[in-house]
Ligand binder design. Structure first.
Ligand code: KIV
Length: 258
């Protein structure tokens, strides 16, 4: 059991060094104090306060309803627990798409009010100006391409993206543009493994995959999914490390019956 064997804080720079040294980067979502403390003490490199909180914490069908205030609430709970991991906070839907000024002020609120260390935003060329403006304020930005759940009503399904050459070419161009703009890392969600591997080899910044194969620089999962808390969600890419739904059910039933 490792409790902070290595207390050297993870930074955007150390992630870059990990990629250069061929060391895999670990990343999980976290939304609350108690869980974040365990994730951090386990030695996770990055904790993502994902807007998937909208699904797994609040029970919404999509990530769209969660607000900036709610993201700040989750992020500040996580930050209070963390000693080592880099805490990245999702900019929620509607808090950055308007224009670069809005994107900057939402990012500043996250940094000031939650104490998070970086923001993540979904999109490619259409958000480059916003990324540059956020970076000029000294706020690190993580990109997110492929299946971007905030655009679910545009896609229509949660199926794999960029299977066709046109979309794959566009994704490569977007990834290059995000690196050029100054993103410190990119999440690639649900794209073919060979495409994700190609992007990871092409770019110098870390590429973190979810449902994008093993040829990337690190993996990210939603904590409820990898712990098996949600027994109704079992996509092919998801490796479950526990079956907490069943274990919790048995515990609760034992409590009731004793
Ligand atoms: O919100 C989230 O959990 C995410 C991950 C799926 C990458 O963005």
């Amino acid at each position: 059991m490792s409790v902070h064997k290595n207390l050297k804080k993870v930074t955007t720079h150390s992630l870059f060094e990990m990629k250069s040294a061929g060391k895999k980067i670990s990343m999980l979502t976290g939304y609350d104090f108690s869980m974040a403390r365990i994730i951090d003490e386990a030695g996770m490199d990055i904790i993502l306060v994902g807007d998937s909180a909208s699904n797994v914490m609040a029970g919404h069908e999509t990530t769209l309803p969660i607000t900036l205030d709610q993201m700040i609430y989750h992020a500040s709970s996580v930050v209070r627990a963390v000693k080592r991991a880099l805490v990245v906070v999702d900019l929620p839907f509607g808090s950055y798409q308007g224009n670069s000024k809005e994107a900057l002020s939402s990012s500043i609120r996250i940094m000031k009010e939650s104490g998070g260390h970086a923001v993540k935003m979904e999109g490619g060329h259409e958000i480059i100006e916003s990324i540059q403006r956020i970076l000029t304020a000294g706020i690190p930005v993580m990109g997110h391409l492929g299946l971007t759940p905030q655009s679910i009503y545009k896609f229509g399904t949660y199926l794999v993206r960029a299977k066709e050459k046109d979309e794959a070419d566009r994704l490569i161009e977007d990834a290059i543009a995000l690196e050029k703009a100054g993103c410190f890392a990119i999440v690639l969600e649900k794209i073919p493994a060979d495409l994700a591997t190609k992007v990871a080899k092409m770019l110098t910044i870390p590429i973190i995959g979810i449902g994008a194969g093993n040829g990337v620089d690190g993996q990210v999962l939603v904590i409820h999914d990898m712990l098996g808390i949600n027994n109704e969600f079992s996509p092919r890419f998801l490796r479950k490390y526990n079956n907490l739904y069943e274990q919790m059910m048995v515990s609760f039933q034992n409590y009731i019956s004793l």
